[in-house]
Write a protein that binds this ligand. Sequence first.
Ligand code: PBG
Ligand code: ZN
Length: 329
Amino acid sequence: MENKFKFKRFRRLRYNPIVRDIVCETVLSKNDLIYPLFVVPGEKIKNPVKSMPGVFQHSIDTLVKECKEVQDLGIPAIILFGIPEHKDEQGSEAYDPNGIVQKSIRAIKKEVNDLVIITDVCLCEYTSHGHCGLLDGEEILNDETLTLLAKEAVSHAEAGADMVAPSDMMDGRVFVIRKALDYKGFTKIPIMSYAAKYSSGYYGPFRDAAESTPAFGDRKSHQMDIGNINEALREVEADIEEGADIVMVKPAGPYLDVIRKVKEKFGMPTAAYQVSGEYSMIKAAGQNDWIDEERVMIESLTSIKRAGADMILTYFAKDAAKWIDKNRK
Ligand code: PBG
Ligand code: ZN
């Protein structure tokens, strides 16, 4: 009797490395990368962040140098996080024209051409209590916080930011930020909204880097519950209606299903944030020789792109750009 099972020879396209490259469906490129940077007051500072090997807090002078290097590597954009001189209940330095981020933007723009500066818009780095908004007792106020976020976004644009990225997860922030930017004449400044941002344990190392650990409680009253995906779609839809130009899913690697659905449903420019914890885990395992760091880095980034991300915010941006230089003809 004849065997009714046939089989296909998938390996035909896998023997020759050149053929493999030809049929490769997802290729990471430098244009996919956005590099996060942390800026602190002072001079000649380059503080290693202990929980994030290879990541530093920079003073403005060393930040500018770093930006030149980033630009030379062919990375198109950075996202800036500021750690202020003084923190207070209202996070005043967040919207101070002479705040740390505003000064940094002006310094970078003076020295580095053609590097897109995105700014993170939130209050948690600037408030004494480390929360993303104004407090009434232990409650994080929504509408009162919106006014301050709009002021922060406008002050970043006035300093020369190319794009603003609200990460606070207050309801309605994209709407008020868009309105405020337009009113001040910044109709051409896009908003990249942290649209589906989960209340994640993977942000731990970032809070060391940004010195933004909440003094009490957590962020569960504004960031999303880890089990929800329908809600993520509603969050993204709302941000698009309010005027978001780019929508972000965060974290990235553990939420590839969310990235995929957001991309398929809305077809918007979609960003994914490979967050601090994702980075630190790969770094730590690599440093222990438990995994091949370079391979896993490229695998993690390629997977995020394969899921549907058009751009990736990642602490690996420089390493990935170097890898691309080395490995691509
Ligand atoms: C501020 C903000 C956070 C991150 C980006 N913007 C931290 C948080 O929400 O606690 C996390 C980035 C990372 O972990 O790399 N709201
Ligand atoms: Zn915040």
